[in-house]
Design a binder for this molecule. Structure first.
Ligand code: ADP
Ligand code: MG
Length: 678
């Protein structure tokens, strides 16, 4: 009997139920035991019936004073009435279709009833409540996140059995001493009480312990991933002169760009690897910062690697970097998944021998066969798209290289600390000179013809436009609906302009071709799914029209809008939506009011709540089960300290008493990352 046994070992769980459990990410008994309730029904504080708020769920405690037999309403629907009182106010309980539940209630006995009270002040009612005898001890009931076909009752039953039969197998990963010192309860007690709390205090203790454990394991994992970067590095850039690079630039760097470059150069002159985040709104010119630093690397005899989240972005960066750096004698290379084996081989050889100084690529960069002669700097663009492990894998291709991450998504300081450790941040606050604020309008679809007319005027003046449609279907159908949209557009006056559809189903080569045709102005209207979301830079495009704007999150809309407003022309963003929901209205309002990325991130946080915004996956972090980074900040700090102490005494968590923690760390990261810890 092991915790890794399949849930099928439970009574009543066969292949079909096991499949339902798998939908919830549960395959083993251990998974089930660590599938914590999403919420609880608390019967431990019943309210007087008179004080219960109408329409809100509540618990009451009352005595049955009269029962009325079955009333058949129609075929298949009968109801039973039970009259109860808390000796002050009466309440009518209605039970549907359950003779059994009705029979189990006895006149004169007391029960807890949990449900919504409706009716009038004179005649209060409660329909199909949860009913529990008053002598029952377990008054806090778990509520699980469910999937169709699995009821709460069923999950409760399965968890109960798992606890009874397998409970002894739960061994505590937190060493005894540490548990004592931090006053944490035992694992077994915690798991029992997170599912079936004896009382509120027990639930509090259970949560406290599990939150601590989760954050400790997370911190240990982060420290272990970063361990390499914390050492000294021999890579010190001390002979840097950017004047040739700056002279070739067609513009002056902004104050923010210059400061970010200066900060980074100072970091890289020191014997500790740089770990810096450059944060700047869309269009603030982060790419130039990276290019300058790659040049500095080359000057000092090192190579640099630049990782972008999409092929399109990698291509674009390659073009930009080549234009800026090749005239200075810096050879650039592009490594993506779409190259032929032969191309790849030749390129890899040049990289290995150090003939290529700057390698730009997608995640193809982290593959095993990629080796560098002397990797000095690793840059990741739009960092939140990558997993922590991917970043670490790229860094491990050098001897403690310097790290730079670039992002347009503002990250709260605490979260940044979590992800990157002792991270330094350079913020680019201003946009390059001469940019005009983008005008944004939200309109219903009936005004689409006018919007298209407006778009046509812009095209007549020589500009280009993006139209983004969030296609619901993926795969084959994505193609169908994208082409359908194109056809529709060709029946409008816009037909005279060259247009093309860019979507996920296209071959990388074809995407390339379309993007460069748009870049060169040959294609005037680019109809795209969200592949243009990050980073794409075509300054001549000045209209961004977004169909079904309600399908996008606020930050995503802001990213999309950031594709225009990159040249000196007035730019426009048109959001089309017929959706009437409150949240959508609010989102569109924020978009039309502000173009400040920091404010938008804040509003996004408000609208979506921290759970979603801090979306761990977005940052390449494993999802948390009980802890909440906003609410449990104090615990997080404590866990950080302890993780550091533990690792100071036992670098690889290899001592026997740390074995449990090591297993947990692996498990946590294995859930989301292919390249788990080594
Ligand atoms: P992001 O920060 O969103 O990655 P990019 O690096 O793509 O922004 O830059 C946006 C555009 O601004 C590019 O066309 C780039 O050439 C241009 N740009 C960058 N820096 C400056 C500057 N200092 N002055 C004028 N234009 C600039
Ligand atoms: Mg960018």
């Amino acid at each position: 009997m092991k915790l890794s046994d399949s849930v099928e070992a439970l009574r009543g769980v066969g292949g079909r139920r096991a499949a339902l459990y798998r939908k919830l990410g549960i395959s083993s008994i251990y998974d089930l035991l660590t599938f914590y309730p999403r919420d609880y029904l608390d019967l431990s504080n019943p309210v007087p019936i008179r004080e219960a708020e109408l329409g809100e769920p509540c618990a009451i405690r009352a005595r049955v004073y009269r029962k009325q037999g079955e009333q058949r309403i129609r075929k298949g629907l009968s109801l039973f009435r039970v009259y109860v009182t808390d000796e002050e106010t009466n309440l009518t309980i209605t039970i549907f279709n359950s003779q059994f539940q009705f029979d189990s209630l006895e006149e004169g006995e007391e029960y807890y009833f949990y449900g919504k009270i409706t009716g009038t002040l004179l005649r209060r009612e409660m329909n199909s409540p949860l009913i529990i005898p008053a002598e029952e001890q377990a008054l806090i009931r778990p509520v699980y996140s469910l999937t169709e076909g699995l009821s709460n009752k069923l999950v409760q039953g399965n968890v109960k059995e798992a606890l009874e039969v397998w409970g002894d197998r739960l061994s505590d990963p937190i060493p005894f001493d540490l548990r004592q010192r931090e006053k944490l309860c035992q694992l077994r007690y915690a798991i029992e009480n997170i599912h079936f709390p004896e009382n509120k205090e027990a639930l509090r203790l259970a949560r406290e312990r599990l939150i601590f454990e989760e954050l400790l394991v997370l911190q240990l994992g982060m420290f272990l991933l970063r361990r390499k970067n914390r050492r000294e590095t021999g890579i010190r850039l001390q002979d840097t002169d950017l004047s040739a690079f700056l002279e070739l630039l067609p513009f002056e760097l902004t104050v923010g760009q210059s400061a970010a470059i200066a900060d980074s150069l100072a970091d890289m002159a020191r014997p500790v690897p740089m770990n810096r985040l450059v944060q700047g709104d869309v269009g603030s010119g982060k790419t130039m910062v990276a290019a300058a630093l790659c040049y500095a690397c080359h000057q000092n005899g090192y190579q640099a690697a630049v990782m972008a989240p999409t092929q399109i972005l990698a291509d674009q960066h390659f073009a930009t970097f080549s234009r800026r750096l090749e005239p200075l004698g810096v050879k650039c290379g592009l490594l993506t998944g779409s190259q032929t084996a032969k191309q790849r081989k030749a390129l890899l050889e040049e990289v290995r021998e150090g003939r290529i100084s700057v390698v730009i690529g997608t995640h193809a960069l982290v593959q095993e066969d990629v080796a560098f002669a002397s990797l000095g700097l690793v840059v990741t663009d739009e960092q939140h798209r990558f997993g922590v492990a991917q970043r670490a894998a790229l860094a491990s291709k050098g001897q403690d290289p310097h790290l730079l991450v670039m992002s347009a998504t503002p990250i709260p300081r605490t979260l940044a600390l979590m992800i990157y450790g002792d991270l330094d941040v350079s913020v680019i606050r201003e946009l390059p000179k001469g940019r005009k604020p983008i005008q944004t309008k939200a309109i219903p679809s009936e005004k689409r013809p006018r919007a298209l007319g407006f778009l046509k005027k812009q095209l007549e003046e020589g500009r280009q436009a993006y139209i983004v449609c969030p296609l619901i279907e993926e795969g084959e159908n994505e193609l169908v609906s994208a082409s359908a949209y194109l056809e529709q557009l060709q029946r409008t006056p816009l037909a005279e302009y060259p247009m093309a559809v860019l979507h996920g189903r296209l071959k990388p080569k074809e995407k390339d071709r379309l993007m460069s045709a748009f870049q060169s102005g040959e294609i005037r209207i680019l109809i795209a799914t969200t592949v243009v979301e990050v980073g794409v830079d075509v300054p001549n495009a000045n209209v961004m029209l977004i169909e079904n704007a309600e399908r996008f999150g606020l930050s995503q809309l802001h990213q999309l809008r950031g594709r225009v407003g990159r040249g000196s022309w007035q730019s426009y963003c048109i959001l089309i939506s017929d959706h009437e929901g409150e949240e959508n209205r609010k989102r569109l309002e924020v978009m039309t009011e502000t173009s400040d990325g920091f404010r938008i991130a804040e509003e996004d946080l408000k609208l979506r709540g921290p759970g979603d915004f801090f979306g761990f996956r977005q940052h390449g972090l494993p999802a948390l089960k009980v802890a909440n980074l906003v609410e449990d900040l104090a615990v997080l700090r404590r866990a950080q300290q302890i993780a550091e102490e533990l690792l100071a005494g036992d670098e690889g968590l290899s001592q026997p008493e740390h074995r449990g923690l090591r297993v947990m760390v692996r498990r946590l990261f294995a859930r989301n990352e292919q390249t788990a810890l080594n």
